[in-house]
Design a protein around this ligand. Structure first.
Ligand code: PMP
Length: 354
């Protein structure tokens, strides 16, 4: 039969998101969602939403939402760009800041696995810097790469390791001649955001999401903070692809969420304290755990292979993420859930290891 797909579509290797199986109820610790509900203010905004307005297109530039984000981040609305999840913004960064015939993008070899997928999709060449033995990223090695722009996830995924703000500032300054994109999806659990540095450095774009720290993964919204010229570049690309990426409901709910910093500070502190407990309990069960600054831990058992841990937990109703990739095939990435979910994880591990 004739194959109607383009050669490009046929040769693609898409990103694989964490599984969402329906065969039974699982303790779901595989996609780094927040275990706590969204802010009551966000829930109220959803309930108060006037459904009749859905007959109209949303604001194409998400103006009110950008203003609410700007107020929360301490920047101006023209320094904010909103998208349909931070994935969409990271994708738009490629056509906005990288040429197909240019020196390409550079990032770590073990980092968010969507970066190489986006690069291939947009035909942008890329190079990767190997993480050190201890899975930290040597920023000097990234600076030494002959790339058009650099991408760093801070904290990194799937390792969970964070880089202090002062080190990131040096890195941004040393690379002032090219764009530096910092993906801060997990920053709500670390508190070293470089967002305010965007006022000082015109080459810096900080990308954030409502999916993790704001408990709104189901809403699909992310944002970028940066110099107005970078934001304008993202807008140009958005308007060549999808003029209305953020719907009306999403704009209203996220604007309410971002205005409730106090609620989220409390919830995310619970995640951070559970992270300490889970890390300690995993160590008692024979795991080595990388120091996490995120809402997940990356851990390797002394005796069991990564696949065995993943499969053993799955059979006991607990989903974690396992990556069948060199260097990390013996690790599992475990999202920090609620206290009950974490206790269920630890009990399942104890049973497995008996
Ligand atoms: N960056 C990193 C490092 C992530 O792990 C994720 C979530 N998988 C994202 C960005 C994208 O998040 P979202 O599209 O939900 O905003």
């Amino acid at each position: 039969m004739k194959n109607f797909l383009s050669e490009r579509a046929q040769s693609m290797a898409p990103y694989t998101a964490g599984e969402q199986p329906k065969d039974r109820r699982y303790v779901k610790l595989n996609t780094n969602e927040n275990p706590y509900p969204p802010s009551p203010k966000a829930v109220q905004a959803l309930h108060a939403f006037d459904a009749e307005t859905l007959k109209l297109y949303p604001a194409p530039d998400s103006a009110d939402l950008c203003a609410a984000i700007a107020a929360a981040e301490g920047v101006e609305p023209q320094n904010v760009f909103c998208g349909n999840g931070s994935d969409e913004i990271l994708a738009l960064c490629l056509p906005a800041f990288f040429d197909e015939t240019g020196a390409g993008a550079a990032f770590a070899d073990i980092t968010y696995s969507f970066y190489p997928v986006f690069c291939r999709f947009f035909g942008v060449p890329y190079a990767q810097v190997a993480l050190e033995e201890d899975f930290t990223l040597d920023l000097h090695k990234l600076t030494a790469m002959p790339a058009q722009g650099l991408i760093v996830a801070n904290p990194n995924a799937p390792t969970g390791i964070g880089i202090p703000l002062a080190e990131m500032e040096n890195f941004v300054r040393e690379n002032s001649g090219r764009v530096v994109i910092i993906d801060e999806a997990y920053m709500p659990f670390y508190d070293q955001s470089a967002a305010l540095l965007t006022k000082k450095y015109k080459n810096l774009l900080v990308v954030k999401t409502f999916s993790k720290g704001y408990s709104l993964a189901g809403m699909r919204c992310g944002y970028a903070v940066g110099d107005a010229a970078l934001i304008e570049g993202l807008c140009r690309c958005k308007d060549c692809f999808n003029s209305y990426p953020v719907d009306r409901v999403c704009q209203a709910v996220c604007a309410a969420a971002v205005s409730d910093a106090a609620y989220y500070a409390e919830m995310n502190a619970l995640v951070v304290s559970e992270r300490a407990r889970v890390s300690e309990e995993l160590q008692k069960r024979g795991f080595s755990v990388l120091p996490s600054s995120s809402n997940f831990v990356f851990a390797r058992h002394g005796r069991l292979a990564g696949r065995e841990v993943y499969e053993g937990l799955r059979a006991r109703g607990v989903l974690v993420r396992w990556f069948n990739k060199p260097r990390i095939e013996n690790f599992v990435r475990i999202t920090i859930g609620s206290a009950e979910e974490n206790t269920a994880l630890l009990a399942a591990l104890s049973e497995m290891l008996r």
